[in-house]
Design a protein around this ligand. Sequence first.
Ligand code: G3I
Length: 373
Amino acid sequence: MNRRAFLATGALSAAALAGSVYFAGRRGAGHFAAPDGAPLRDHAGARGLRYGCAVRARHLAEDPAFAALVTRECAVLVPENELKWEALRPTPDRFDFTAADAVLAFAERHAQAVRGHALVWHSALPAWFAGGVTTRAQAEAALRGHVAAVVGRYAGRIGSWDVVNEAVEPGDGRADGLRVTPWLRLIGPEYLSLAFHLAAEADARAELVYNENWIELDDAGSDRKRGAVLERLARMRADRVPVHALGVQAHLRAERARGGPERLSAFLGEVASLGMKVLVTEMDVADSGLSGDVARRDAEVAAVYHDYLAAVLDQPAVTTVLTWGLSDRYTWLSRQRPRADRLPVRPLPFDAELRPKPARHAIARAFDAAPRR
Ligand code: G3I
């Protein structure tokens, strides 16, 4: 699916929303109640937006009830790990596309678009990389070979790519705010523009995205990081580097994300004024810092989803919202951010039994209220 087709998937099912119920959410007061039957993809599609989630090939293959929910709710899928170097590159000379192909096949069977994640990242590199790629020439050759093979294989089928992921980290102390990674050490700051040019060469129609974390909050840390990201994007756009969109990961923690993200909204306006689109690429709301019973926690999480999306979706450059998973049955946060009381974490729109939660209704409500694209 090319970029135009990928962008069009959001508008497919507006008709399905006719007669849907709109409901009132009350911050802190409890519930985003009165669920209607329409899938999230239809709530999004009615406003010209796309909704989707990250999935793992194994869950789609082994859990039919979960796979059916993914089919119903999502217009876009992103393989959570299957397109990372670690997954694709068992040895320096061999590619293994088995798991990525399985996600593509699933999506294509169900007429869902696919986003690719991620071509250049400092994490999830295979063990052989550190010992085998030690010079600038080797790093450039590795990057060229990887991007040509992976983007080339899926050209016309993966309509949007996270080309570079998490390249900015002011805490690393560089004047340009770039994170000190193997790619930076070996190639220098120009590895970013090189990666975007290589991706465009391999698929001229794909949407090419710079994806970043921890730029969401109204605090000094996010301010600094937003500043460095904006500077980098502005420079790349001025240099005619083919970077088309910013991905805002949006891994939020409920206890830290209270209150609307006003400074993020202003920042997204500045990104849009560079002529770029914006995608919310990995949203989830961790509840491990919340105490209280399940209903109370679910209401807090729902309120964060609602307030965050309401603010972000006001910006017309935002085209897409993806959650990092769909059901609490499968979430990276179970391992990465478990609760001290050992109760299961509940960061996603559907619970572990695949039942819709207040978060699902909050997301639907934010979509319903978003300006039409
Ligand atoms: O595949 C092995 C499996 O065979 C083994 O049994 C299991 C036991 O440890 O490990 C499995 O691999 C793990 C994989 O997740 C699947 O569970 C890796 O060790 C683990 O590192 C990997 O974590 C992923 C992480 O990125 C690193 O790649 C998470 O699932 C994934 O949600 C997370 O996603 C990142 C985005 O790519 C970038 N933004 C932040 C986001 C959250 O950290």
